[in-house]
Ligand binder design. Structure first.
Ligand SMILES: Nc1nc2c(c(=O)[nH]1)N[C@H]1C(S)=C(S)[C@@H](COP(=O)(O)O)O[C@H]1N2
Ligand SMILES: [Mo]
Length: 416
């Protein structure tokens, strides 16, 4: 007789195990343009592709068959080149494991820290809302910011993955970068007119003037230093399989350490420039500053240093007195995590957590702390991470777009 654990619903684990799947939002044509990763339900370092977050800022690109795919290298190069999918795979391959985090991940915690109110929960269920593109509304009042907030939780926009492809610097070397080049303009095949809704969402305001660049391709101008970093790659595979369309197939950029928006999907063109092109998603949207008119606002680049607590969460309260596991992930935009500390008394005192050793400097690390608690009462649990550069969480100050949140989010539990 067949053993139940060898087939049927046991094949994917125990039958009542919650499967790690993305929490998607679709556009009006049914395409997934936004999806959160079930970060609280992951059991390791590599986020399964089915569970990796997804962001398409403009319209989702049309699918491109690898046989019909090419991209070009243009601008300040000795020899402009065109690569097809086969030619790019003939170059020496390279694999990098990295955390990818959307610049807007956890942005709503900035608002909560500033304004108070109910603490945002990573468990919040995402409503199908027809895509954020539709949310701004046609009525003269424009978008209702509370409705937008309700419909688009910003948490769980982070994943860990393994990416295989070729080093961008190898491709640049073949084309011969001219000495005056300073930036690499990366252009995606997707095009559309940027929707102001995400800016309303991040600023919490609908009354601001937003520049309308018209129809554009998604693009970024990456400086040559980061572009030629040996870990910056053009990837055709994620987590051991060829890229899926939503993640940028056939070929995308991966820029470890910098927020996800640099990792241009559906790569169409690489153009060498001698200036930092003011791309919309570089100078208008993914910026750190005090306000839209802040003369000192700067593009979001490397992430800060951050840990999140995945267990316990507020919703687990009350806990029985006894021994509990406090654990989570930690990552940094400048390299490896070297230390995570835990406090169970609202930051009065801190103790070192166990941090998993790893050879992957860009990949998040798991950390854990065994908590013996016998005294009943209310507890505020906190975690803070430190990276190899000596930076300790939090690093990123409040900014009007609420990008790169790396603050300490307390967990409130009662022990009974
Ligand atoms: N061409 C293109 N590349 C893009 C985007 C996009 O909209 N178009 N979104 C960016 C953003 S904001 C993020 S966070 C990451 C998300 O990558 P993923 O969808 O594979 O998780 O892709 C980036 N690359
Ligand atoms: Mo993003």
């Amino acid at each position: 007789m067949a053993r139940p654990e060898m087939e049927g619903e046991w094949i994917e684990g125990w039958p009542d195990r919650k499967k790690a799947r993305i929490m998607p939002s679709k556009d009006d044509q049914g395409r997934t343009i936004f999806a959160r990763a079930p970060v609280l339900e992951l059991g390791g370092l590599t986020t399964p592709t089915d569970a990796s977050y997804i962001i398409a800022q403009l319209n989702m690109a049309d699918p491109i068959h690898p046989d019909d795919y090419d991209f070009k290298v243009t601008g300040l190069v000795e020899k402009p080149l065109v690569f097809n999918f086969e030619e790019i795979q003939q170059l020496p391959s390279y694999t990098v494991r990295t955390t990818m985090e959307c610049a807007g991940d956890d942005g709503e915690y900035f608002r909560w820290q500033k304004e108070g109110g109910p603490k945002p929960s990573r468990l919040k269920v995402q409503e199908e809302q027809g895509g954020w593109n539709q949310m701004a509304g046609e009525d003269e009042d424009g978008a209702n910011i509370d409705e937008i907030f309700d419909a688009i939780p910003t948490t769980c926009l982070v994943s860990g993955g393994e990416w295989t492809g070729v080093r961008l610097r190898d491709v640049l070397e073949l084309a011969g970068v001219k000495p005056e080049a300073t930036h690499v303009h990366l252009v995606g095949y997707d095009e559309g007119r940027p929707d102001p809704t995400p800016i309303y969402l991040s600023t919490g305001r609908t009354d601001i003037e937003i520049e309308d660049p018209g129809v554009i391709n998604y693009d970024k101008a990456l400086d040559l230093t980061k572009a030629t970093d040996p870990d910056t790659i053009l990837a055709w595979a994620q987590n051991g399989e060829y890229l899926r369309h939503v993640h940028g197939a056939p070929l995308r950029v991966i820029v470890p350490g910098w927020s996800g928006n640099w990792s241009v999907k559906w790569l169409k063109e690489i153009e060498l420039l001698d200036y930092e092109k003011p791309c919309y998603y570089q100078t208008q949207y993914f910026v750190l500053g005090e306000g839209p008119d802040d003369p000192n606002k700067v593009p979001c680049k490397e992430l800060g240093v951050k840990s999140i607590i995945t267990n316990p969460i507020d919703e687990d309260s009350p806990l029985e007195a006894g021994t509990h596991r406090i654990c989570g992930y930690a990552w940094s935009g400048l390299g490896a995590i070297t230390r995570v500390e835990v406090s169970t008394d609202d930051g009065e005192s801190w103790e070192d957590a166990h941090v998993e050793p790893s050879n992957d400097r860009w990949l998040w690390r798991r950390w854990s702390f065994k908590w013996d608690v016998s005294v009943t009462g209310k507890y505020v649990i906190k975690a803070r991470a430190t990276d190899e550069e000596g930076r300790t969480q939090p690093q990123t100050p409040w900014n009007f777009q609420m990008k790169h949140f790396d603050g300490i989010v307390p967990v409130d539990v009662e022990v009974v």
